[in-house]
Design a protein. Sequence first.
Length: 226
Amino acid sequence: MVRTIPSLHRAITHCSACPRLVEWRERVAAERTKRFAEETYWGRPVPGFGDPKARLLLVGLAPAAHGANRTGRMFTGDESGRWLYRALHKAGLASAPVSHSRKDGMELKDCYITAACRCAPPQNKPLPEELQACRPFLLQELTLLTEVRIVIGLGKIGFDTAFDAVRSLGWTALRSRPRFSHGAVHPLSDRITLLGTYHPSQQNTFTGTLTEPMFDAVFRTALRLL
């Protein structure tokens, strides 16, 4: 069990527990894509990012192959990140509306971003056993982020993973997962409230399943609860 956020980040970036994910993330980093052909990809597990005193925790799915797997920072360098950081900036939780790289000066206030799976998975679909292998990292984050009061699950997998972690830590008396829906608000205990939102993936944002006003409303709810 690590004792600090920086030491947890180091442990995450050196993880090689899932052979399928190791092979995929490294292959993507070596082959790259045409528009990023001149860049050096991160190609490793991606640690969490944000304020260690955060009261708001966001749990996403996994790094995108040419997003966080390239940049090395959660939701940085892809379309989903453009939606997320724009919303966080509007809510006063991010220092800028756009995040390009680990060195762009982005800072989060009262907010921390993590994911159910720390490596980019093929077709953006981690296997159940890969999610299970990653769970100890989230449990350690929740233990170290002692001020967290609101958890937002970005998509159903992020939502379910967040609940399972809170239940594993004994922080809720609920035995069954709450039902995921966009805008859902589920008090898990006197300390933790779980919110749900559709993931800001292109599949959702390009089709209108998730709109900017819908996404912004989730963060307004979180701030009101805080």
